[in-house]
Ligand binder design. Sequence first.
Ligand SMILES: [Zn+2]
Length: 393
Amino acid sequence: MRVTVLIAWLLALVMSVVRADEPALEVSEVEPENRLHRVTWTDAKSETRTVAGRVLLKAQDGGLLLESRDGRLWNVTPKQLQKDETTDELFQPLKAQELGEQLSREVAELGIKTPTQIVVTKRYVICSTAGRKYAEWCGSLFERLHDAFQAYWKAAGLELREPEFPLPAIVLKDHAQFTEFAAKHDRPDAAQSQGYFSEPTNRIILFDLTAGPNSASAQTTADIQKKITSSPFNVATTIHEATHQVAFNSGLHTRYADNPRWLTEGMAMFFEVPDLESRSGWKSIGRVNAPRRKDFRETTRSPREAVPLVELIRADDVFLKERKTRAAYAESWALTFYLLKTRREDVVSYLKTIQKKPRLIADSPDARLREFEEVFGETETLEREWKKWMSTH
Ligand SMILES: [Zn+2]
């Protein structure tokens, strides 16, 4: 969940350069034929790096947004750029096994000594220090979530695409190792979370929820199931982060585009309600998210915490204000829940607008509000109807 703090920071940094309502740097899609480039630059640590990938955007000033074969995004400024060679090869995502090997190297390079195991499922590559059984359990959970997510949107009239890249997940053996890894892989505040989706690297980073401080890791699937069921709120974090990853890889959202935060978080919370019993599908999609509803009811009664709807829609900064974070998440869930239950066609139409957002261009708060109100009507009226409806659901 907190990853988005990190993402917001990164986006704020990147987007401070380009805002839609200011004279923008011109960027263009330059590689319709998907050509592989080999780009060399000096990174923030003054090290020279060469990465093969496709160029998603080229700014007029020469800066690049590069996507490497593992699905990672690299923002190269003109000052950092040394060389951009176009090769004769076509860009292709890494194969699952290659991606697995790369993830293992990354884990080892960040000082994690525990040997890794790679579990490959239809769409996921899980690199785990938590044992094969737990990684397999995660793989099965992710696949079911993926199918349920796709089926939900298909039924709603929104065609999504299959992920282009194998979806990477790193599952560490316990919270201590997760903290160690996350602080180096991303930023120290990522380490304070219970798991996160990293928008720049496309990875989800998680840890074994069955590994308590005094207990051995679960050894069998039944054991895992039993331990997980006793703490459903923890597993919600795992599903929440996996939902972010599916949403960004199926075309519901675009990485580095200006997706409203209430929407990305609202979607993840709409799907996060655990459904561990159903082997074949995810029957519980759209069930009330009880912990979020409790937060919603408490925070809307507290003037110190509550966030007016108009503020939630206009900008993402309420998520970063300590006193407002709980309300921002709870309201995002409640709004998404209400809109999907009562105005699903409008949500689909709004999503189609959001899907078209270009990367690295930020909308102004007024533009965000205008787009929202064009579909859902005037915010004050909506807020009254929404809160009335929520009081009975
Ligand atoms: Zn989240």
